[in-house]
Ligand binder design. Structure first.
Ligand code: 13P
Ligand code: SF4
Length: 329
């Protein structure tokens, strides 16, 4: 018996030391990043889906329109480290071409953004010559350069409403297209026919139903990239930051969240007395999670990976992004 107790104590001690060691390493890395940030006059912008430790070290955390706006308005910093995925960093480089924009991990690519090719846009434009093209910011720069105006999930409804057209070519997210069509009554032609987010596709109504049985009073909030049946089950639909605002203003105490689990860190931090349940625990965006403290540190240290968009493409894409910023919402 004594041997078992002794063994248990030793295992506990080893685990405590290991945890302490990991925490100390993390602290060191955090301090090193802070130091480099000051030396290189850098600012760290992070998307709401980033790992908790990345959100905690960032100067600003937000949804795609907020971090794009921050990048566009950044005056003081020389370098913007963009902790997010490719298309978001590209937008920052387009909007503020005088700054060095770094993406800590080259592989952090949004698969949805890859789903819409320039050829497909050209094909659809030829088929519908007088129909305006609105592209979700989750597209690559070359695609943005071929559209009339961009939108994010935070302003898609207002962008479509602002157009003097009843029919619009819209891509690449079909779920967002359907949501905006429901909201505006206009006809949105999805390009490609079925573009989607592999992470949001994982949310299923069944999971919400199970959670609702356990927590019937919980309020359901979902991202418009979710399926129609998920959206129908929701009390609120909005971009990641709009969800944060909704939760802050709500008197409810429990929330079932239909978006990437990274948002729960911010939700919990801002609302310590409220409870959050991700509608499906497996809904993780692997690309967003590629950015770690180590990679962020190396990115600052070696000034990698510099995001550059050829000026001809950047100029056209900038017009589409700027047009979006002009629309009030
Ligand atoms: P938000 O603009 O709502 O943050 O969404 C970005 C995104 O990639 C959703 O999957
Ligand atoms: Fe792209 Fe989906 Fe990841 Fe957002 S959550 S970055 S849409 S793959």
């Amino acid at each position: 018996m004594r041997t078992v107790v002794l063994l248990g104590k030793n295992i506990y001690l080893v685990l405590r030391i290991a945890t302490f060691h990991v925490q100390a390493q993390k602290m060191n890395l955090t301090q090193k990043i802070e130091k480099l940030k000051r030396e290189k006059k850098a600012v760290i912008l992070a998307h709401n889906y980033q790992r908790p430790e990345i959100q905690d070290i960032a100067d600003y955390v937000g949804d795609s329109i907020e971090i794009s706006r921050k990048a566009k308005q950044e005056n003081d910093a020389e370098t913007i480290v963009f902790c997010a995925v490719d298309f978001m960093a590209e937008s920052a480089a387009i909007l503020n071409p005088k700054k060095k924009v770094l993406l800590p991990t080259l592989g952090a690519r949004c698969p949805m953004a890859q789903m819409l090719t320039v050829d497909e846009i050209k094909r659809q434009k030829a088929k519908y010559p007088d129909v305006p093209v609105v592209l979700y910011v989750n597209t690559l720069a070359a695609a943005k350069a071929k559209c009339d105006v961009c939108c994010t999930s935070a302003n898609a409804v207002e962008v479509i409403q602002s157009l003097n057209a009843d029919k619009v070519l819209f891509g690449p997210d079909r779920n967002l297209a359907e949501y905006v069509q429901e909201k505006t009554g206009k006809t949105l032609i999805p390009i490609p026919e079925y573009g989607f987010c592999p992470t949001h596709l994982l949310f299923q109504l069944e999971d919400v139903k199970v959670l609702k049985l356990e927590h019937p009073e919980a309020v359901v909030i979902v991202h418009p990239e979710c399926s129609g049946e998920m959206r129908k089950s929701a009390d609120f639909i909005g971009s990641t930051s709009k969800m944060c605002r909704y939760v802050k203003e709500s008197t409810a105490k429990k929330f079932i969240v239909g978006t990437e689990e990274g948002l729960l860190h911010r939700l919990r931090k801002e609302n310590p007395k409220k409870q959050f349940f991700v509608a499906y625990g497996g809904a993780v965006c692997p690309n967003m999670k590629l950015t770690t403290l180590d990679r962020l540190y190396m990115s600052l240290r070696d000034e990698k990976h510099l995001v550059k968009v050829p000026e001809k493409t950047a100029m056209k894409a900038r017009n589409a992004l700027d047009r979006m910023f002009e629309i009030k919402c």
